[in-house]
Design a protein around this ligand. Structure first.
Ligand code: ATP
Length: 256
């Protein structure tokens, strides 16, 4: 069974080349993590005492202002960052989808990139070979799939990446927003595939600024503020607290 548990997990980033004197005072802006000054080197406390307990079936949205710690938390859950203090235990195979372009090679063809990216996300070669026709059809890239990736436009790359990402079978799916660079019609087409992907995933954590996407994919939420958890609960409850009651009018989506 997949699960994610963190106990008072903190992640600090020491900034060795900070020159500004103002950084040496404790600064607490509206956005961003906390900057502590007691040490010789300024330290950004990107995450501070974060405790989460996520079990199989959880569909969690991460909300919060710019710099609140959403991406850092996702990277901690992916095992990319170790907690500076506290602990993080992840049971299950993680598919991190933070940047759609990561793992793509400009010199090889679209077809080859489909395979490589799939392997990177934990699929086997056999599984990817069985899915490649479906992915190709979804992307509508036609003969371009035989051309090197460097000949693609940004939108074409995103189509390819979305095709691959939505074809995998993840145990733990960690999604960072940034799936915006395609035209609206294509995104609409990708929505169904994204929902199916999330259905297949054992556990989803999705950082997003889009209420619409969050409502489509998540049932619960965590609100991050200055590197700490401000509130956890149902998506409705948390969105209302974070954005105000209008974020989720009673009549719009029924009871949470
Ligand atoms: N590699 C890093 N080195 C130093 N500081 C970092 C690093 N990554 C993040 N931070 C800092 O940690 C804090 C949290 O950043 P994070 O990217 O997790 O925020 P976020 O909630 O994902 O923001 P956004 O919505 O803007 O993507 C910020 O103050 C940021 O400046």
């Amino acid at each position: 069974m997949v699960s994610i548990t963190t106990r008072d997990a903190s992640v600090d980033f020491p900034i060795f080349d900070a020159k500004s004197r103002s950084l040496k005072k404790t600064v607490l802006g509206l956005v961003g993590g906390n900057i502590a000054s007691d040490a010789k080197v300024p330290v950004i406390q990107a995450l501070h005492d974060v405790t989460v307990d996520l079990q199989h079936g959880a569909r969690v949205g991460l909300v919060g202002h710019n710099g609140a710690g959403k991406s850092t938390l996702l990277r901690l859950l992916a095992g990319i960052y170790e907690p500076t203090r506290g602990s993080a235990l992840v049971e299950g195979k993680v598919a991190p989808v933070f940047d759609l372009g990561v793992g793509m090679d400009p010199e090889i063809s679209g077809y080859e990139n489909i395979l490589i990216r799939g392997l990177f996300l934990g699929m086997t070669r056999k599984q990817m070979e069985a899915r490649v026709d479906d992915i190709a059809e979804f992307t509508e890239l036609g003969d371009f799939l035989s051309m090197p990736l460097r000949t693609y436009s940004t939108g074409m790359r995103v189509r390819l990446a979305l095709g691959v990402v939505t074809s995998i079978d993840p145990e733990i799916l960690l999604l960072d927003e940034g799936i915006g660079a395609v035209d609206a019609a294509f995104l609409e087409k990708a929505r169904g595939r994204l929902s199916d992907l999330v259905e297949r995933a054992g556990l989803l954590v999705f950082a997003s600024h889009s209420d619409e996407f969050l409502r489509q994919l998540c049932t619960s939420a965590i609100w991050m503020e200055h590197g700490q958890i401000r509130q956890q609960g149902s998506l409705k409850e948390v969105l209302r607290a974070y954005k105000g009651p209008d974020a989720w009018p009673d009549e719009a989506h029924g009871a949470a």
